[in-house]
Design a protein around this ligand. Structure first.
Ligand code: LMR
Length: 397
């Protein structure tokens, strides 16, 4: 028998929760596990700008033939403008190349494959904690990984000194994975001054930045959320960026992400692109078109783009409002001081709840959050917040 020795793998710590939630017969169940935005009615909407773009595509599309290996040239251009800003010298000097990858995960994996295949870096430093899939992706690509501390449990803040001290131990030539904004799972981001110090360290020690940028627009705004990445790009001549439209355009199941690689000069960038094409060709051949065409249609039309920015800021503001309400209701319920939740950015809040408390939330109340205590604040609304607050109050007492 070929397969009998195969052991059962554990369920995915995030997507496995959605499966468990779906199977739970509790009529009052609440899913605050996966990082997916839900509106006040608990629905993950198709954005209006996306619907309008899809109608246009339906009328205008004449072929389903293959896209180029790296995706449409205008897609790459829009991605780079979002990352670096429209007037960026990196763009002007043609130092950055982009390929469409299936989602942020696809971009991380193609990037990790590229590091391994081209002998660019053998080891990648990853924050502790991080999105659980980061460690698996590095391992699957054949890279070693090390952890750097990120979270100061006592102060619910960034363990900045410990982070820098640990990164001092990295070997020249290692890669460092950083979350550009809305750190997953903690929701805690470096300040601009801290980004500058991180960039100095990376530059001085010749470490390669590998930036995960999955939540642009969910922290403080489209431009604001790119500030850290741009500080790094100004100090470090080379970097990789895995970005995604899953969250900010709500295109989760269309799998629209991008890997962008910055080189020190355009000739190197061309050679990098030629190898990236092989990495993409051997993994997925060429990218799926529908989501990519939605992105180019929305970003290429002034009215649709304005509508997107409006819808994105509505999502961001609703999450911020839920943070404020959650902290104040938890205080009123005597659950303790959760004011730190208001300071965190993006979809997630690292609640400080331990494994047992998370388990009780699930078993006794049908409330699903990630085992690390990560709550998806984007799933909280006026109708479920009171049930959530009384359940948290019950498990922390
Ligand atoms: C999350 O962290 O919940 C999201 O990025 C979805 C995923 O793929 O895990």
């Amino acid at each position: 028998m070929f397969f009998n020795h195969i052991e059962a793998a554990p369920a995915d710590p995030i997507l496995g929760l959605t499966e468990a939630y779906k199977n739970d017969p509790n009529p009052n169940k609440i899913n605050l596990g996966v990082g997916v935005y839900q509106n006040e009615s608990g629905v993950t909407p198709v954005l209006d700008c996306v619907k309008q773009a899809e109608q246009k595509i339906l009328v205008e599309e004449t072929s389903k033939s293959y896209l180029p290996i790296t995706g449409l040239p205008e897609y790459g251009r829009f991605v780079r403008e979002l990352l670096f800003g429209e007037d960026s010298s990196i763009i002007r000097n043609q130092r950055a190349v982009t390929c469409h990858c299936p989602g942020g995960t696809g971009a991380l994996r193609i990037g990790a494959d590229f590091l391994k295949q081209q002998n660019v870096a053998a080891c990648v430093w990853i924050s502790d904690p991080t999105w659980a899939n980061h460690y698996q992706i590095a391992t699957a690509a054949g890279l070693k990984f090390e952890r750097y501390p990120y979270y100061d449990k006592e102060n619910h803040g960034l363990a900045f000194n410990a982070m820098l001290q640990t990164l001092e131990q990295a070997e020249e030539g290692d890669a460092v994975l950083l979350h550009a904004c809305c750190h997953n799972p903690t929701g805690i981001d470096p300040t601009l001054e801290q980004w500058e110090q991180i960039a100095d360290l990376l530059n001085r020690k010749h470490l390669l930045p590998f930036i995960d940028f999955a939540y642009q627009g969910f922290g403080h705004g489209i431009e604001e959320d790119a500030q850290g990445l741009r500080v790094i790009a100004a100090r470090c001549p080379e970097m990789l960026i895995a970005s995604s439209f899953s969250k900010n355009l709500g295109l989760y199941n269309e799998r629209v992400g991008a890997l962008t690689i910055v080189s020190s000069d355009p000739q190197t960038a061309d050679r990098v692109l030629s190898q990236l094409k092989i990495a993409v060709r051997t993994a997925i051949s060429n990218p799926p078109a529908h989501g990519e065409k939605i992105v180019t249609t929305v970003l290429g039309d002034a009215q649709l783009r304005a509508r997107w920015e409006e819808e994105l800021s509505q999502m961001r503001e609703r999450i911020r409002a839920m943070r404020v309400l959650l902290a104040s209701k938890l205080k009123d319920a005597g659950a303790g001081d959760f004011d730190f939740v208001v300071e965190q950015n993006g979809m997630f809040s690292f609640s400080g709840l331990n494994k047992e408390q998370v388990e009780r939330l699930k078993k006794e109340f049908g409330i699903y959050i990630v085992g690390s205590g990560r709550i998806c604040v984007a799933g909280i609304n006026q109708r479920n917040i009171d049930a959530l607050v009384s359940a948290i109050a019950a498990v922390v007492k």
